[in-house]
Design a protein around this ligand. Structure first.
Ligand SMILES: CC(=O)SCCNC(=O)CCNC(=O)[C@H](O)C(C)(C)COP(=O)(O)OP(=O)(O)OC[C@H]1O[C@@H](n2cnc3c(N)ncnc32)[C@H](O)[C@@H]1OP(=O)(O)O
Ligand SMILES: CC(=O)C(=O)O
Ligand SMILES: [Mg+2]
Length: 356
């Protein structure tokens, strides 16, 4: 464990200074594409205008015999594309794989100035982040980079969940954490075969009335991921980094996808992964606060003045704690409005109506 005094010292001579605060840039959707897939790669310039984050995936879902093509494809896409304000991330192969060393060396050397965040899969504990941290510092120094690359961990092993707080605080590079429900289910030996989402067998049932155990007993499907998402959100909030939902694999079921995304949003996540173009608008809708909520938040903030004391608005008590919640919503809305003019207009119109 490094001394707190050394936490913000560069880990290699000539490496850029670590950041002291993780920028809260809009990242409602982290859109995955396979850089070795020509059809997907051709869509990147258009997608860059629609999404907050584009992620060139090198790990799972890229065939073993396409790993080099994916890595080289990402280098060439990064060099030839104007991403505007859209962030470019990558997911490298796992730290025990034969590809990861070349992933890091090639990407940092060739496109380190274009990449914002490196997503590390199957993180088990702080030791994995420490390894990547030092290696990145060495590569950044050699490449002469002026800005440090940030690191994002996928929470997808039982050990990773047990160590999530230490992972979140393992390095000043830690930008965020995503839920990885597919690998996590396998690692925990859960008896599911899905990528994210609920399961009809995971439920609670109302009590029987009298001796009849069969009739009138409503069941409620429960969320398999509630515990993990909540724990991840707390670990991230505690360390000033950003939590995300992960993949929702049933591409056809846009309704359940939206529900799962919304649960994560309400619990504190700032965004999600999108695996298919059809999920992009769902993520935008869910992870942008509703204009009515933004208008309400702005109204409470205006009524609360310096933020202390208690007032009544439409029959509801507001005080120091509720105004803090309203600030979270209003600040997110302001940040998204700078990127999304349509949203900015909807927020302003709803606020005008609420204050009229
Ligand atoms: C557990 C995890 O690790 S999750 C993360 C790893 N998984 C991924 O990254 C998966 C990414 N997504 C995909 O590979 C694909 O979306 C699949 C395999 C799920 C479905 O692909 P397809 O069968 O081609 O879907 P579909 O036919 O509906 O695609 C429609 C169009 O969208 C394109 N498309 C599909 N997914 C994407 C994407 N992620 N990005 C850009 N374009 C895409 C297709 O190429 C196709 O293009 P076309 O109209 O020019 O032919
Ligand atoms: C996200 C991911 O990699 C998983 O669910 O396994
Ligand atoms: Mg995985």
């Amino acid at each position: 464990m490094r001394s707190p005094k050394d936490f913000f010292a560069p880990l290699a001579v000539g490496a850029p200074d670590p950041v002291r605060e993780i920028p809260a840039l809009p990242s409602r959707m982290i859109h995955f594409f396979d850089p070795s897939n020509e059809k997907m790669a051709a869509k990147v310039p258009d997608l860059a205008k629609k999404v907050d984050v584009l992620l060139g995936n090198l790990e799972d879902a890229v065939r073993a015999d396409r790993k080099e093509a994916a890595r080289n494809g990402l280098v060439s896409i990064a060099k030839s594309t104007d991403f505007g304000a859209t962030q470019l991330w990558t997911r490298i192969n796992s730290l025990d794989s034969p590809w990861v060393l070349d992933d890091l060396i090639t990407l940092v050397t060739e496109i380190g100035d274009k990449l914002d965040v490196i997503m590390v899969p199957k993180v088990e504990g702080a030791q994995d982040i420490h390894y990547v941290d030092r290696l990145l510092a060495q590569l950044e120094a050699r490449a002469g980079l002026r800005r440090p690359l940030l690191v994002h961990a996928i929470l997808e092993t039982a050990s990773g969940v047990a160590n999530v707080e230490e992972i979140a605080g393992a390095s000043p590079r830690m930008q965020g954490i995503s839920l990885g429900p597919a690998d996590l289910a396998a690692s925990r030996r859960m008896k599911t075969t899905r990528v994210g989402g609920g399961h009809p067998g995971y439920l609670v049932r109302t009590d029987p009335v009298g001796d009849d155990l069969e009739t009138g007993r409503t069941t409620y499907q429960q969320d398999l991921w509630h515990y993990t998402v909540a724990r991840m959100v707390d670990a991230c909030a505690m360390h000033g980094i950003l939590p995300y939902y992960g993949p929702f694999g049933d591409i056809r079921d846009v309704v359940a996808c939206e529900d799962q995304f919304r649960n994560a949003f309400l619990l504190g996540c700032v965004g999600t992964w999108t695996l298919h173009p059809v999920q992009i608008d769902i993520a935008r809708r869910v992870f942008s606060p509703d204009p009515k909520d933004v208008a309400w938040a702005r109204r409470v903030i205006a009524a609360m003045g310096d933020g202390t004391g208690a007032v009544m608005i439409d029959g509801k008590m507001q005080d120091d704690a509720s105004v803090k919640q309203c600030r979270v919503v209003a600040e997110l809305a302001d940040a998204l409005a700078t990127r999304d003019p349509e949203l900015a207009k909807a927020y302003d119109e709803a606020t005008k109506e609420a204050l009229a």
